[in-house]
Design a protein around this ligand. Structure first.
Ligand SMILES: Cc1cc2nc3c(=O)[nH]c(=O)nc-3n(C[C@H](O)[C@H](O)[C@H](O)COP(=O)(O)OP(=O)(O)OC[C@H]3O[C@@H](n4cnc5c(N)ncnc54)[C@H](O)[C@@H]3O)c2cc1C
Length: 402
């Protein structure tokens, strides 16, 4: 049984959640002279940040346009004030150099650990409480009470302003939005995004990688097109191409789209005549094997089987059918898996927040930033950029222009 204690400690700002957005906001506010406490439910701050970009931390993108987000109008003011240039300056102020590759911005050392270490050092002026899970937020005179459970005890802290930065339940499964809904703040339904697309069409070719162009159709209409690596799984199409298309999939699924198709083209740089020329020139005689011109053998077998090409067919008898086999249409269906998702599409309802400041429209001094809000960006550094930009908007509102 936990015991309730009343802490004497009061702060200017209490930040709930020591992730990318919460820690960035804490640093920005302490630099403005605010006394800040950060509550982190996990044993360490910034655990998700450490895992980003396959351990490389894709921190931003050279093309930060609101069109890369589910809610362009809401994100525009914060991203206008704090885009890629401001992210570079913020990271420079932390002593972290950045590098751009194909528009994606990473720490120069290609390692998220550099970012985590710099953030932790810069948090030095803040009180950081780890393994301290916030269990309730209550309005009180002149500010807020924050109940946090640590070492089996619940302590109550005071702060003039509260910043809710609990992120989403993508991968962790921890959902703290109920702290805000208990205050009457609305939330939306969540669909996992930046995740493999559920689809069993390539069962048996799991682990095979190939290059393709993918066009996603929702209720018969093309909605997104990407090129890149696909990675086959027994129950999903994964790889960068699928992860990038999955944002559109999740957003449309949430808006009620009923059926999806994924048109894959495994020879997108070649017309049918060129494809046939390669197949005809191949020394491999069997139809299924000849597809190694464009895809690994295990995938070629699968594609040919999907197109109804017999295992004993000779390639010369079915050049047209092999062209069709290389450009299949499959049907993703169902919810992407939360455990494999980088973000969720959904969160605190944006109608309840001011896009200039991230403050709740009904509760003065209560803010929400980062992924806790119903904001999700495309794959490519857009979600971390939102963490920095929303943190900066909140810090300007609480602490003034810094
Ligand atoms: C594997 C993976 C790779 C990714 N790669 C990239 C990438 O390269 N580029 C990119 O832009 N985005 C990437 N993302 C997405 C990005 O990490 C998130 O959008 C970003 O971390 C969101 O920041 P946040 O601070 O809002 O939430 P989080 O970073 O999730 O932080 C929220 C914190 O709040 C804590 N918390 C929750 N509830 C409570 C509570 N009640 N009390 C106290 N603490 C609480 C959590 O423990 C957590 O530490 C990736 C995500 C994953 C999972």
């Amino acid at each position: 049984m936990s015991e309730k204690l009343l802490s004497e400690k009061n702060f200017d700002v209490a930040i709930v959640g020591g992730g990318a957005a919460g820690c960035a906001c804490a640093i920005m506010l302490s630099r403005r002279g605010k006394r800040v406490v950060v509550f982190e439910g996990g044993a360490r701050v910034l655990t998700k940040l450490a895992a980003t970009g396959n351990g490389r931390c894709n921190a931003s993108n050279a093309d930060i346009s609101p069109a890369h987000y589910n809610a362009p109008e809401f994100v525009a003011p914060a991203l206008g004030a704090f885009g890629a240039e401001q992210t570079r300056a913020f990271f420079a102020s932390l002593g972290v150099a950045l590098r751009e590759t194909d528009g994606r911005i990473y720490p120069y050392g290609n390692n998220s650990g550099c970012v985590v270490n710099a953030f932790v050092a810069a948090l030095g002026e803040c009180e950081v409480r780890v393994s301290a899970r916030v269990t309730a937020l209550e309005r009180r005179e002149g500010g807020w009470s924050i109940s946090a459970s640590q070492d089996g005890k619940t302590r109550v802290y005071g702060a003039a302003d509260v910043v809710f930065a609990c992120g989403s339940n993508a991968t962790s499964g921890l959902d703290s939005l109920s702290l805000m809904t208990a205050l009457g703040i609305a939330r939306t339904d969540c669909v996992p995004a930046i995740a493999p697309l559920p689809c069993a069409a390539f069962k048996g070719a799991s682990g095979v990688r190939a290059y393709a162009e993918g066009t996603l159709l929702a209720d018969g209409k093309p909605v997104a097109k990407r090129r890149g690596e696909v990675l086959m799984r027994d129950d999903a199409v994964s790889g960068m191409l699928a992860m990038e298309l999955s944002s559109a999939y999740a957003r449309l699924m949430r808006r009620g789209a009923r059926s999806f198709e994924l048109k894959l083209d495994f020879a997108p740089d070649f017309g049918d005549d060129e494809v046939k020329a390669y197949l005809a020139a191949s020394p491999v005689r069997d139809a299924r094997g000849a597809l190694i011109a464009f895809v690994p053998r295990a995938l070629g077998e699968k594609l040919a089987a999907l197109a109804g090409i017999r295992a004993d067919a000779s390639k010369d008898d079915c050049l047209d059918a092999l062209c069709v086999a290389l450009r299949p249409t499959v049907k993703p269906s169902g919810m992407p898996r939360l455990k494999q998702a980088q973000v969720v599409c959904g969160g605190l309802d944006l109608d309840g927040f001011d896009p200039e400041t991230m403050m709740s429209k009904k509760d003065r001094g209560l803010y929400a930033i980062g992924e806790a809000l119903d904001v999700d960006g495309d794959c490519g550094g857009y979600n971390l950029q939102w963490a920095w930009a929303s943190a900066a908007a909140c810090a300007r509102s609480i602490g003034g222009e810094g």
